[in-house]
Every structure is written in C-alpha cells, then in structure tokens.
Design a protein around this ligand. Structure first.
Ligand SMILES: [Zn+2]
Length: 107
C-alpha cells in the first residue's frame, strides 16, 4: 500500500478531530473529573478521592495521602514500642545491678 504525504496529512487531521471530540465527550460526561484535595492543596482525579466529614464540613482528600498518613502513624507507633522496650530493658538492667548483692560484698 502506497501512502502519499497528502493522505497522511488527511489521516492525522481526522485523528485530531476524533481526539478533540473524545475530549469534548469526556468533559460533557463529567464536568468535574478532578476534585480539590485539602491535604495536598491541589486537584486529583475523582477516582482517588475520599470524602471526609468533619465538624468544619465535608472535605475531599486523596486516598493516597490517607494511606501515607496511616503508614506514617503505624511506623511511629512501632518506633515508640521499640523505644519503650529498650527503656524497659535498661530499667530492668539497672534494677538488677543495684539489687546485686555482690556489689555490696566488700562493705
Ligand atoms: Zn491529595
């Protein structure tokens, strides 16, 4: 099949028209495909958004930031548990040392 420069140009014009019509169609189907995320202070796709109801009202926040925050909290909790476990071990060690009778054997 031989394609001349003219037919290529004609074909791309039709493709551009189809692309434009698809865009118009998408816009008419959903007038607000993005929602404002109060957490990121920007707009995200509606699919990844979750409506949160608080005292101040309803606000949209992206699921991604909610998941990230949840992960950060659980990591902080895990860190806190680790620190308190170390502290507990240290206290136990000190208690064990101070109550060691050998330490007072010389007196
Ligand atoms: Zn967001």
């Amino acid at each position: 099949m031989f394609v001349t420069a003219q037919t290529v140009h004609y074909g791309s014009a039709i493709l551009q028209l189809i692309h434009y019509l698809a865009q118009v169609l998408r816009m008419s189907i959903s007038m607000s495909p993005t929602l404002y995320c109060y957490h990121c202070r920007t707009y995200h796709a509606r699919d990844g958004m979750r409506l949160l109801v608080s005292k101040t009202g309803k606000r949209w926040r992206c699921i991604r930031s909610i998941e990230l925050a949840r992960r950060a909290i659980s990591e902080r909790e895990a860190f806190g548990r680790r620190v308190s476990a170390i502290n507990k071990a240290e206290v136990e060690e000190k208690t064990r040392k101070s109550s060691n009778p050998e330490r007072f054997a010389g007196k």
